[in-house]
Design a protein around this ligand. Structure first.
Ligand code: GCW
Length: 845
């Protein structure tokens, strides 16, 4: 046995439940459970060189066995059959030290591992195909222990795909001290600060262990909208230190490139990918990188998209561009992930134009032209991370090309972590989708593993997840959003894993073993996608957010009439994109024949995608017998109702989880409950006005329990228009000048108990205060400080992003009493007020 390196460094775990430990808390099990297990007391590490994943595995085992079971196991020299030991090594080091491999460990694939907990004398074996596999197996063993699962078992497991990457859209820029993160909602960048790469890697090491525990094998740390300066010597030196930190946990590093770098920072007159000087420049740069980072994973490139430079500038193909990098990387074993997110601005007046067609149009003809180490990285749907999209047809159009699916862990169009959205079910729906490619069952997950029609295979494939982990202690801002990061890794390893099973594991690891905690979080999480879809955009029409702005709150008008191609083509007669071959954009015809036929016909198109593929009259009847417009109204009301239940469900867990995480999540869920009503009202008003068709249940624009602020007796407050006007109840709100204001009214409703909801706007350039009182009694006070509590996109206007609602439950009032809201402005926030609603029990007004 070779030298054993003792890991002294602490893992930086703290007792405070601030979310920093994520799902790796190693929290103590109840004694009654822990005592069932006779834990190993010796940790034997095979060939644990300094800073290697094997050494990290030793540190994790010490921390985990101690934290979870109170067993102070020690890393020690020992023979392979030492009683009460856990042995960790690779296939190679195991054979060298211990002789023959256990049978099941003999045929491990890259990054795979063998785990056996049923050895004699309480021994555990963890054997990785490589060091990465060994630490994955270690985390798996610790995950079992932490969940109180002491099953005796032995098995080997291998990843479904070799590419299991995380992408960061972090900017090098100096925006304040830390760089910004594009579409990031968890604070500034972990990697960049003051226009340079950070030198303190302690936080990065903690991130590395989280990623390693979910078997991520590479991370790209900079934005695909890449700053060419990332490649200067000073930055590459510092990036090598970051790579060192990730390497201790088996995570390799990759970089996004700016295609024009040879010209913009290299001093060449061109960036033509077929020009010899450009090829040499990239070859040298790649060598420079490998000198510093010998296990560098590869490149990620966004070319000729959204203003980024690319080969098309020189009339070269996208394959010419990708191959240039591929050839530079090949001698070192690196790969290039080349993004298929390429599209042009379109003419709205052209009914045949369709952004959903772009990826296939650009890439189909390039099949067979890519070097072997190119992987085409494809967003899950044809447009852009919408609440509902079909699987991208490109997955079934590249028979000989390796493909990776791009998923977003950051919730750009999906509530930006201010709304709960458990993403695994959405991802699974795409992964499980059967393309019927070649007339056979071929699911997207199969295609990613390299399967092709006719039993053919390609070498590689995988997953790229856009993560917005930032400087926030809890990594993603929202504690519950961490399930998305966790399950992303699980699915990249095994795309057939089950959404609920994965969530159960995550819940136990993150919040403990209480069944009610598990059940409540599971219920909320599994209801979160349907709820969000209901109150944002239905029937495949996409998330009806502000697509030309910050992608957060409602603004359906922004979808149409511009060149971005995220169109709904809504007018007073109908809504939806005609993507049929017969009369539309032809997009349905990009799918293999059976699927194409299904989408071509309104009758066979799944209803949740009906407006994605068809333009239909508002009065078109769905299978429920409802018209489309009535479905919109009803779905929005139902979605907002569901969101109201989330804070109440969460409150059942008070005392069952620590106060810090309980309170932080409750704040978000209360905020979401309010904002779901903002969404509901905005969208219903918008289409009601557009169509002139009334809600059969007479809810839309008919808020009988509201007192509009503009109709109250105002002092210091004056009328202010919301923009778009649908953001305000009755179209108008009020704001106060510097001295503050009051809005009061006599309560016209019968005496009784009400839930009082106050509609207001929380803009970002101030922290105003509001006080609600009934008669002489103060019911509550709150502050407009969401901008410092949730890192979602901000707004300074009275719009769908800033509109909010505050709820006071169970208030007893008497008819004729005075309700008064007092507003104290701060900065640019004039304590804007929209309405006060007195909701009788069971009514969400
Ligand atoms: O969804 C859009 C985002 C852009 C992003 C782009 C992309 C990094 O709004 O912020 O840019 O997609 O994926 O390249």
């Amino acid at each position: 046995m070779r030298s054993v390196f003792l890991v002294a460094a602490s893992l930086g775990l703290t007792a405070a439940e601030d979310g920093l430990a994520g799902w790796l808390r190693y929290a103590p099990l109840d004694e009654s459970i822990a005592s069932e297990y006779s834990a190993p007391t010796t940790i034997i590490l095979l060939n644990a060189t300094e800073n290697s994943p094997i050494a990290s595995a030793g540190a994790e085992l010490e921390a985990g066995l101690s934290g979870v079971l109170g067993v102070e196991a020690k890393v020690a020299e020992g023979a392979c059959d030492t009683a009460s030991s856990v042995i960790v090594g690779t296939v190679g080091s195991y054979q060298e030290a211990c002789g023959d491999l256990p049978e099941g460990a003999a045929e491990l694939g890259e990054d795979g591992f063998w785990l056996s907990t049923e050895g004699e004398d309480d021994t555990v074996q963890i054997i990785g195909q490589n060091e990465r596999g060994a630490i994955y197996g270690t985390f798996e063993y610790l995950s079992m222990i932490a969940q109180g699962n002491f099953t005796k078992l032995s098995y080997a497991t291998n990843p479904a795909v070799s590419v299991r990457w995380i992408n960061h859209w972090d900017n090098l820029n100096a925006g304040g001290s830390h760089g910004s993160v594009e579409r990031g909602y968890a604070g500034p960048s972990l990697f960049f600060s003051n226009n340079a790469v950070v030198s303190d890697t302690s936080r990065i090491k903690q991130y590395a262990r989280l990623l390693s525990s979910i078997r991520i094998n590479a991370i790209v740390i900079n934005n695909v909208n890449a700053d060419a300066n990332i490649l200067n010597d000073r930055n590459l030196d510092a990036i090598a230190k970051i790579a060192d930190a990730f390497r201790t946990y088996g995570v390799r590093l990759g970089l996004s490139l700016n295609f024009a770098s040879p010209q913009s920072v290299g001093g060449l007159s061109t960036f033509d990918p077929l020009d010899q000087s450009v090829i040499s420049w990239w070859t040298r740069k790649t060598e420079d990188i490998y000198k510093r980072i010998p296990d560098f994973a590869g490149y990620l490139v966004k070319a000729n998209s959204e203003g980024q430079p690319g080969p098309i500038t020189y009339r070269r193909t996208l394959a010419d561009g990708a191959n240039m990098f591929a050839r530079a990387l090949k001698p070192f074993g690196g790969i290039i992930l080349f993004r298929a997110f390429v599209y042009n601005q379109l003419e709205y007046s052209n009914r045949k134009a369709d952004r959903a067609n772009a990826a296939v149009e650009f890439f189909k003809e390039l099949d067979g032209k890519f070097e072997e180490n190119v992987v085409v990285q494809i967003k899950y749907g044809p447009i852009d991370f919408q609440v509902r999209e079909p699987a991208s047809p490109l997955f079934a159009n590249l028979p000989t090309t390796s493909m990776a699916i791009e998923l977003q862990i950051t919730q750009e169009y999906l509530g930006q972590q201010a709304h709960l959205f458990y993403l695994a079910p959405l991802w699974k729906e795409i992964l499980d989708f059967d393309m019927r490619w070649g007339g056979e069952e071929l699911r997207v997950s199969d295609i990613l593993t390299g399967k092709r029609p006719g039993g053919k295979t390609v070498a590689r494939g995988g997953f790229a997840g856009v993560s917005n982990v930032g400087m926030e202690k809890s990594w993603l801002g929202s504690h519950l959003a961490m399930s998305n990061l966790y399950t992303y890794g699980r699915l990249a390893w095994n795309p057939w894993d089950d959404s609920v099973d994965m969530l159960h594991d995550w819940t136990r690891l993150t919040f403990g073993l209480d069944d009610e905690v598990r059940d409540v979080i599971t219920q909320m999480s599994m209801e979160s996608w349907p709820a969000y879809e209901n109150y944002t955009g239905n029937l495949g029409v996409q998330t009806l957010t502000d697509i030309t702005g910050n992608h957060y709150g409602p603004n359906p008008a922004s979808q149409d009439g511009n060149g971005w191609g995220q169109w709904t083509r809504a007018d007073r007669n109908g809504i939806g994109m005609d993507r049929t071959v017969a009369t539309g954009t032809g997009n349905a015809g990009q799918y293999p024949p059976e699927v194409a036929a299904r989408y071509e016909d309104v009758e066979t198109t799944p209803e949740n995608l009906i407006l994605w593929f068809h333009h239909l009259p508002w009065t078109h009847k769905l299978s429920t017998g409802k018209t489309i417009i009535q479905h919109f109204y009803d779905a929005h009301y139902a979605g907002a109702e569901t969101a109201q239940t989330f804070p109440l469900l969460w409150q059942k867990l008070e005392g069952k989880i620590d106060d810090e995480r309980y309170e932080a999540q409750l704040y978000r869920l209360e905020y979401q409950a309010g904002h779901s009503v903002v969404w509901r009202d905005f969208i219903c008003r918008f289409y009601n006005r557009m169509t002139g068709i009334a809600d059969e249940l007479d809810r839309v624009n008919n808020h009988v329990w509201r007192i509009e602020a503009e109709k109250m007796t105002l002092s210091g407050y004056s009328r202010a228009n919301a923009n778009p006007s649908e953001a305000a109840s009755g179209g108008t709100a009020v704001t106060a000048g510097g001295g503050g204001g009051t809005a009061s009214a006599e309560i016209p409703f019968d005496s009784g108990v009400y839930d009082i909801a106050v509609g207001y706007f929380d803009v970002s350039n101030g922290k105003a205060k509001w006080t609600l009182s009934i008669g002489d009694e103060v019911i509550g006070e709150w502050q407009g400080d969401v901008e410092s509590r949730i890192s979602k996109a901000t707004s300074n206007g009275l719009d769908g992003h800033s509109a909010a609602r505050k709820l006071f439950r169970g208030v007893t009032v008497e008819k004729g009493q005075t309700v008064k809201v007092t507003g104290s402005p701060n900065g640019g926030e004039g304590a804007p007020l929209d309405y006060v609603s007195f909701q009788p029990e069971g009514i969400l007004d």
